[in-house]
Design a protein around this ligand. Sequence first.
Ligand code: HEM
Ligand code: HEM
Length: 248
Amino acid sequence: MNTPAPSSRPHTFQRIYVWELPVRFYHWLNALCILVLTVTGFLIANPPAINTAGEASFSYWFGWTRFIHFATAYVFVFNFAFRIYWGFVGNQYADWKNFLPLRLAQFREVRSVLRVDILQSLNRPLAAVGHNALAYLTYFVMFLVFLFQVASGFAMYANMSDAWFPHLFTWMLPLFGGDAGLRHWHHLATWFFVIFTVIHVYLVFYHDYVEGHGVLSSMAGGWKFLPKDGPGKGDGRSWFSGKPGPKA
Ligand code: HEM
Ligand code: HEM
């Protein structure tokens, strides 16, 4: 006999347009840049000895690796600048003010998210339509690391370029003990993105599963699906069994 597929209690959902096209475009271009910068960056850090018997000018792979790193760096910077601009002109969920932890309510929500995601002492979907407060805060910290990575990268790049833009950041060099010192910090910051990405991807899948608000597909299509009786207001039932869950 076939086992019936698990289903949740019937809900009426409303479809809310949360992530506008520019935010989605920024997100995926940013993710692609991070991937390319991380791979080429680790190759620059630890170049494999690729020897061929061919003509030297045809085996310029390390030059290409560095070129791809620098060219992608420019795409990354302009994409990032565009997202900051969108924080001023975009919808309420993209607003830059959400990213700064300035209100007490945001700290309260951070605590609730920690209880749901980490401590698992709260068994309720969160009432967040955009990102939750902890996610906004994490992205804010990530934006600061973006700024560091851009400033340190262009500071190192300045002595290979006549363009004016990289020279805006040369003040970083003496602060971090010159090229070699700054390269170490640039390398270390890369690990922040690697660890962030692993946790980030895990959490969007986790929230998609337990909340059923379509968070994962929201970065593709822009829409989230929230119960009509209020965004994310839980019914006190366990997400996993459908039985009443422990009280908060
Ligand atoms: C978020 C993005 C970035 C990541 C993940 C990243 C990663 C890395 C890594 C791992 C290295 C090797 C460091 C080492 O030798 O140990 C590196 C080198 C370097 N990166 Fe980046 N980077 C990023 C953004 C940038 C930007 C925006 C620039 C600006 C031009 C830049 C310029 C450089 C330069 C100049 C080097 C040294 C290259 C050399 O000496 O051959 N990077 N990067
Ligand atoms: C396959 C990989 C990825 C998936 C499936 C994914 C998915 C998502 C989703 C669904 C959201 C929206 C979450 C919400 O509504 O609260 C989001 C937001 C975000 N993700 Fe990713 N992501 C991926 C890779 C990355 C990478 C590599 C980075 C950068 C290191 C990144 C940075 C961000 C940022 C900054 C936001 C906030 C967007 C904004 O408000 O501007 N993501 N991601």
